[in-house]
Design a protein around this ligand. Structure first.
Ligand code: ZN
Length: 221
């Protein structure tokens, strides 16, 4: 055996953690980054009050198995106080849940609204009727979590750069050029508005494992 014949991408070594998917040109993440929505771990570090607030928020967020998560949301036509109140409530719920993004379908409202905030001190962004107008060819794989899928983290490959057209909660047109985490969050939340979950965008093996985690979580609840 020559030295250069010992490595093959197709070799399903059980401990070959660096080669879960043969993605051409995409470097595996050297270390797991924070998930898109919740961090699964910080519960251990949260003070009791924050943890209780988080649990209360999560209880208001629809979780896997709820058919609303598989529903395609309809466009919003009215930009009124009710919509702005909804943006405010969703932002608060997202913060309490310690998430960085939330789609209306996750709270059982089937219209095209999402909120997100990628920088802790940043302003809450609300996108109404968002459309991905352009997505770059470069993609990267990153671990994502979802407030609707407690305990699940899976690798999801997505375009790194996107341009998104939307309206804000006042009906004003906005154009966002996003990269990295912001682009990822927006794509994750738009997926929710189309009834798509990260389970649909990961490998078969990771989906299987995620389903096991979800089943066990539901039995424990
Ligand atoms: Zn999600």
């Amino acid at each position: 055996m020559s030295a250069d014949s010992t490595y093959t991408e197709m070799n399903p070594e059980p401990d070959a953690e660096l080669a879960p998917e043969p993605e051409a040109g995409v470097e595996p993440e050297p270390e797991p980054e924070a998930g898109v929505e919740p961090e699964p771990e910080p519960e251990n570090e949260l003070d009791p009050e924050t943890a209780a607030r988080r649990d209360a928020a999560l209880a208001q967020i629809r979780s896997f198995g709820d058919p609303v998560l598989r529903t395609k949301a309809r466009p919003i036509e009215r930009f009124d106080d009710e919509l702005r109140e909804e943006v405010f409530r969703m932002g608060r719920l997202m913060d309490d849940a310690i998430g960085v993004g939330l789609a209306a379908t996750q709270v059982g409202v089937v219209h095209r609204l999402l909120v997100y905030r990628v920088q802790q001190q940043g302003e809450l962004a609300a996108l109404v009727n968002p459309e991905i107008e352009w997505a770059g060819r470069d993609t990267e794989s990153m671990e994502e979590g979802c407030l609707s899928l407690p305990g699940v983290l899976v690798d999801v490959d997505r375009p790194i750069h996107v341009r998104v057209r939307a309206k804000n909660e006042y009906g004003e047109p906005i154009l966002i050029e996003a990269s990295g985490l912001e682009a990822r969050v927006i794509q994750h939340e738009i997926d929710h508005l189309d009834g798509v979950l990260i389970l649909d965008r990961t490998s078969r093996d990771q989906r299987k494992e995620a389903m096991r985690v979800l089943r066990e979580g539901q039995q424990a609840a």
